[in-house]
Write a protein that binds this ligand. Sequence first.
Ligand code: ADP
Ligand code: MG
Length: 369
Amino acid sequence: MIGQQMTLRRVQKTYGAVWAVRETDLEIGKGEFVSIVGPSGSGKTTLLTMIAGFETPTAGSIMVGGQDVTMLAPNRRNIGMVFQKYALFPHMTVRQNIEFPLRMRRLAKGRGLAERVDAMLDLVQLGALQHRYPHQLSGGQQQRVAVARALVFDPPVILMDEPLGALDKKLREAMQFEIKRLQERIGATVIYVTHDQEEALTMSDRVAVMHKGRLEQIGTPNNLYANPDNAFVADFVGSVNFIPGTVCGTDHLHVAIKVGNALVQVRTPQGRQAYRYEEGAAVRVAARPEHIAIAPYRDRDALSLSGTIETMVFAGASRTALVRLHEVPELVLRADVPSSISSLPDRGSNVALSFSVDALRIFDAEGTA
Ligand code: ADP
Ligand code: MG
């Protein structure tokens, strides 16, 4: 089975005065794995249910595999869907729930059907519970039934709405791996909604960020992380510090930004953001924790800031310092401390902070964007 290409053209959805999804264009390739991330209420579920056919767009068109499916009933679209609220059949056992898509589509019967269902039961580790009814299962177990039911008929397009949200970390990681493996084996096109940006970054070919019904940006994980189009995307994908400042000089290479009494240099934006920030403009410098280097206070220079270590945070191999900035005392920055540094700075010690100029990004000040 081969995945299908999908095209959304100017799709939008309103409920009365609410813009659930604003005009959206989206092109997804055969066999591509695309995640949609965004805060609660940003329109992720609405977008997915329109593709599946459970909602009709207010305007725009949806093409799947070259066919316009905008007005087609859900059961006429060859799409496997895992709903955010599992939507299992309450009067059917686990096994019957998983069998259902195969029976309905007359894709298998007898021994062949039993074997496919057994394989799915193994995969989601529910063999022992196959004769239970949904109300006899935990939330996580119900979710696994929903995943099995969506995948069992090898659909060319699979839509998943936060399928692993209720699972604990270990099972979630195992399922992420299995979903990815199955998707690659089937070659299915997948749209995967999650509020877990880490999950999106590790599983996807591309990630789309939604905010207030708008598709803010879509790109490879690398691309979104390194070149966010706006402050919302920078903040939502990965961890970032926003340092407020004022533009005090700019040329084709660098923008100089005054932060308190100090200066920070940022590479002049290119491409879509290639407009000059004028002198005096209020801006934010976006710096990821790994783009800030901590050095002894005496090593500070004209292009570093300074601060006081408040806390060291340990997370496995990585260590993050929380540093209160001298130039902007209400701000505490997160800066990674490389594991190669043997002597950690003490809590309360003053440090110099220098920045990887090419990795910094510049955005409008908060409230003006
Ligand atoms: P998400 O899945 O990102 O949390 P949703 O797509 O569920 O977001 O919702 C997007 C917006 O549309 C929200 O403001 C939500 O309240 C609204 N909405 C969703 N479904 C309906 C509906 N059936 N009737 C009215 N408003 C809705
Ligand atoms: Mg939702």
